[in-house]
Ligand binder design. Sequence first.
Ligand SMILES: Cc1cc2nc3c(=O)[nH]c(=O)nc-3n(C[C@H](O)[C@H](O)[C@H](O)COP(=O)(O)OP(=O)(O)OC[C@H]3O[C@@H](n4cnc5c(N)ncnc54)[C@H](O)[C@@H]3O)c2cc1C
Length: 90
Amino acid sequence: MFPDYIIQTLKEGILDFDKKIKGFANPDSILTAIESRSSSPVRILRDDNLESNIKGLYPCGEGVGYAGGIMTAAVDGIKCAIKILEKDET
Ligand SMILES: Cc1cc2nc3c(=O)[nH]c(=O)nc-3n(C[C@H](O)[C@H](O)[C@H](O)COP(=O)(O)OP(=O)(O)OC[C@H]3O[C@@H](n4cnc5c(N)ncnc54)[C@H](O)[C@@H]3O)c2cc1C
């Protein structure tokens, strides 16, 4: 799926990593896929209170486009939970 120059760079990178992490380029290893993006390509818009245009709906985490990993998804969830608690207090 990639042009030759990328395949060549990947081969060199894997061999270079093997110098740092022994076994990384082990012939028994299987490369099954390449991570080609880092976060959701879709973003559900939220207002300053992290609420969507549907009142009471707080989209959060990976699937709504505000996170790109385990930690950021978790923190985004906490931020939304705090906003919901603050709203309940008012
Ligand atoms: C193969 C892979 C590797 C990854 N590697 C890393 C990594 O190395 N480091 C990193 O930081 N991040 C990594 N991530 C990303 C990370 O896992 C996600 O960003 C994070 O888990 C998203 O958390 P979340 O809570 O937003 O969503 P999720 O973890 O997807 O949780 C959503 C939950 O909602 C449930 N759900 C969905 N629809 C409904 C419904 N209608 N009713 C009830 N429940 C429902 C699902 O079952 C699921 O339990 C990886 C992701 C994948 C797929």
